[in-house]
Every structure is written in C-alpha cells, then in structure tokens.
Design a protein around this ligand. Structure first.
Ligand code: SF4
Length: 492
C-alpha cells in the first residue's frame, strides 16, 4: 500500500474544486474557512440578501469569529423581513447537508444559532434543526456573492483570519491607538482596578456568609474547575466544606473529596498496577466508612466535563492539589496575608503564585488518571499560568474584600499595588480577540494583570453589550473624556 500524503489527508476537508473560468484546467480546493471569511467580511450583495425560503435578511453584525467549541460566529445581529434585529449565533458550512453530517442537530451548543449560512445548497431540502427543535433559516451565499467566487478566492487569504485582517477592528481602535502609552496604561489600569473590586465585592459576600477560609477554599476550587467544571466544583465546595477536611491527612482528605465528587473508581480498574491498586484500596478504606453520610447527595462522575481538557488539567489532579494545599496550610488566610506583605515590601511578585505551584502528591504528580501509567517526570499539579489566574481572580480580590470587611485601607492599597505589578495571566482566545478589536493588528504588549484585566473589563462592559456593530457604543466617547480629564488635552 502506498503511504498517505499530507495533501491527501487535507483533501478530505475539501468538498469542492474551483476551475479557472478560462484557460487550462486548474482545480483549486475550497475549504470552509474561505466560506467563513466571506461571511465575516460580508462579501455579499448586502442590500438584497434572502434566505432560501425568500425572506429578506439584514445583517447588522456578522458576529465574532469563534475559535472555541460551538458555532462559528457568536453574537451576530441579524434581522429577518421587517422583524427587529435578533442577537444569536451563526454557523457557516460549505454545503447545506454539513449541518447533519456534523451532528449539530443533536448538540445543545448550537441551540442559539439563528442562521445557517452555506456556500452551496446541495441536494435535498432537509431543514437544519437545532437540538431544541427549532428550524433554522438558511442563507445560501453562492448566488448572492458580491463577486464571482474565483475572484473572492484570489482576494481573500483565509490564513489571516480572524486576527490578521484590518476589518472588524472596533470603532474605538483609532482613538486608543493615538493615546500616549502612559495614558493608555492608566485607562487600562483603572478599568482593571474596577474588575478587581467587582470580584472583591462577590468574595466579600462569600466571606461574610461563610468565613474567609471557606470562601477561599470555594473560590479556589471554582478556579481549578476552569470553564468546564466550575459548577461541579462549586457544588463540591458546598457539600464538603473546608472545616470537614481540616486536619485530615492528605490521603483521607482525598478519599473524601474523590468520594463526594463521584470519582472513586471500581477497585478492579487499577488491577494491573500495584501502586495504583494500593492507592485506590487506601482511598476506599477511608471512603466506605463515611459514604453513607453523603448517600443521595454525592456528585456523579457524569457531572464533570473532560472534553477539551489537557490530561494534566483533569479535575482529579486539581482535587489532589487542593488536598495538598490544605495539608500544607490548614489556614490559608494567614499565609496569603504574609505573602502580600512580603510582596508589597520587596516588590517581589512570585510569592503568592508559589503557594499553588509548590505542591506535590505521591500519586498524582506523575499520573493523569487512576488507570494511566506513571510518567517518568513529575508534572506540576497546578501550573504557573493557572497559579497566576488564581492569584489575580481569587486571592487579590479576597485581600481587597478582607480590607473592606476589616476596615483596613492599608491592606487594600497593598493588594492593589501587588495587582498593578503582577504579571498578566497567559493569553487566551478572549484576550486576543479583545486586543484585536480594541487595538487592531498590532496591539500593545499587555504584561501586567491590572492592564489585562482592564482590557477584559472593557470587553464585558462595552463589547458584550453592543448590538450595533460598534456604531452606538459609548466607549470611544468615554475614553475621550477620560483622557481629557487625566491630561487636560483634547483628542481628535
Ligand atoms: S463595542 Fe465599543 S469597545 Fe467594543 S470594539 Fe466596538 S467601539 Fe470598541
């Protein structure tokens, strides 16, 4: 058998070839990304767009290009006929039948899709249905393009999308680009401090209701759940309060956390690995004594989502990290206070994150699951980036909250100073997306937590509330006012 080439592999993504209109035969592959770019840039006859069943379509905004799971475009604004514009998602395919081929009709992630956009209407009129049973209007682009497809193919570089194109930059970008760096930093830091205080307000309520140790434990567990598992982590923190784990050896605390989380495996699972077998047996030896207490309340393994997670981030490794954190520091608040004091005095920005990275577990430092092989090298239970996230999103807001509750303005000032100097979290799709909208193709380097959080606050306050494709957004005017007040100078 001849070896498969990469070109052959890639051709499986292709459903069509274009032919040069004149001259020799020159097949050109068309990929879905080209169709997405056509929709994103609205290279369509925009004044006369129709759905396949003949309704007028007005696109106020094509939506935000989504690089994560789910529909291709989020938060599009589209009006049908004389109806008011609607906010929702858009899914783009090469062919109408791809909706069924890709199984979107069974996936609740696609329930908010309001328009199915296809390049070609292939055979059959089977409608696209969402998992909630809604029939989706379909827009076929091939007969509504602003220019022949061959021309668009030549004009569009799909690899530049979504961040290396000048289109889709926000209306505020020009104004922000014209700001002197120190003024821009001040604007972002101000917005970042607002975000820190909003998080502190939430934590202050938790502290008042549950005490500082339980609030920290619950908020750290929530942060260790990432996006996928925040909810089961919250439920776990409520079912198994930190007071119940306090002063237990890590092995017993793990048995309780894993048992209540629904993670304790069948003892047969680890049969072939002596270390795993002993470990699972020891967990069961603690868990069976207390499990009746949690009958009918413990979570089931189905409550957790593992798809899209790196094995190193699986929730059982995060729970093991929590037990080791508690074993080292039965009371977290004094440790945090001490680290903030040291950081404020020495301007050293690593102490707090080290509380979370310096954790080891005899089993989980080298394992990704109960059944996986032991890895030759230990891997951090909580990596540096996640530790920074916890400091920025939980620990520093908790210090500000305690400053308010204890009426200690000096503590608040220290926390805010640490926040201004602390390195930013790692970049992610949302940070890149917002930086592109606010600053264009060459965004400034945003290295501190305060500025990165400021960027996200502007996104939440303005971009997320805008339904006008930037036209009615107040941020550009407010940014102008901010600059005038700060510097006494007017902007164009
Ligand atoms: S919605 Fe507002 S803040 Fe967001 S990019 Fe547009 S103008 Fe800027």
């Amino acid at each position: 058998m001849t070896a498969l080439t990469y070109e052959q592999l890639r051709s499986r993504l292709t459903t069509c070839v274009l032919h040069e209109p004149e001259g020799g035969y020159a097949p050109v592959p068309v990929y879905e990304r080209l169709a997405q770019a056509i929709w994103f840039d609205q290279r369509l006859r925009r004044d006369a767009l129709l759905t396949a069943d003949g309704r007028r379509v007005r696109v106020v905004s094509p939506g935000w290009w989504n690089l994560e799971a789910g529909p291709d475009f989020r938060r599009a604004v589209v009006a049908f006929g004389d109806d008011k514009p609607q906010l929702g998602d858009v899914e783009v395919h090469l062919r109408a039948s791809d909706w069924h081929q890709h199984g979107h009709g069974n996936d609740p992630l696609y329930n908010d899709v309001l328009l199915h956009v296809v390049l070609w209407q292939d055979g059959g009129d089977r409608p696209a249905l969402t998992a909630s049973g809604r029939v989706l209007p379909r827009l076929v682009m091939s007969d509504q393009l602003e220019a022949p497809l061959e021309e668009l193919y030549d004009a569009i570089d799909p690899e530049s999308y979504p961040y290396n194109v000048d289109e889709h930059i926000g209306r505020c970008a020009e104004r922000l680009q014209s700001l002197p760096p120190d003024t821009l930093d001040a604007l972002l830091e101000d917005a970042g401090r607002d975000r820190l205080r909003a998080k502190a307000r939430r934590l202050a309520r938790w502290i008042q209701r549950q005490g500082v140790e339980q609030a920290l434990y619950a908020a750290i567990l929530e942060a260790l759940g990432y996006k996928q598992n925040k909810e089961p982590m919250r439920r776990l923190a409520a079912l198994l309060p930190v007071a119940r784990l306090r002063e237990l050896p890590a092995a017993q605390a793990q048995a309780l956390l894993f048992g209540v989380a629904g993670f304790l495996p069948d003892r047969a699972l680890a049969r072939r690995d002596e270390t795993a077998r002993r470990y699972v047996r020891s967990l069961w030896s603690h868990w069976w004594k207390v499990r009746d207490e949690f009958a009918g309340r413990a979570l089931s393994a189905d409550a957790w989502r593992l798809s899209g997670l790196r094995p190193a981030n699986f929730p059982w490794r995060r729970l093991a990290a929590m037990t080791q954190l508690l074993a080292l520091h039965w009371e977290l608040w004094p440790k945090i206070l001490e680290a903030v004091e040291r950081m404020a005095e020495n301007k050293v920005v690593t102490h707090l994150a080290a509380l979370f990275t310096d954790l080891e577990d005899p089993f989980w430092s080298r394992r990704y699951s109960f059944a996986s092989k032991s890895q030759p090298r230990a891997e951090l239970l909580i990596g540096a980036a996640r530790a920074r996230d916890i400091v920025i999103n939980v620990v520093l807001p908790a210090v500000v909250a305690q400053g308010w509750l204890l009426d200690n303005p000096a503590l608040i000032e220290k926390a805010e100073n640490v926040f201004r100097a602390h390195p930013a979290s790692g970049s992610n799709a949302l940070v890149r997306f917002t930086a592109h909208r606010l600053f264009g193709r060459r965004p400034p380097a945003i290295r501190t937590a305060a500025r990165q959080q400021g960027l996200l606050q502007i996104f939440h306050d303005f971009c997320l509330n805008d339904r006008s494709g930037c036209r009615q957004c107040q941020f550009p005017d407010l940014a102008r006012e901010f600059v005038m007040q700060r510097s006494g100078r007017a902007l164009d």
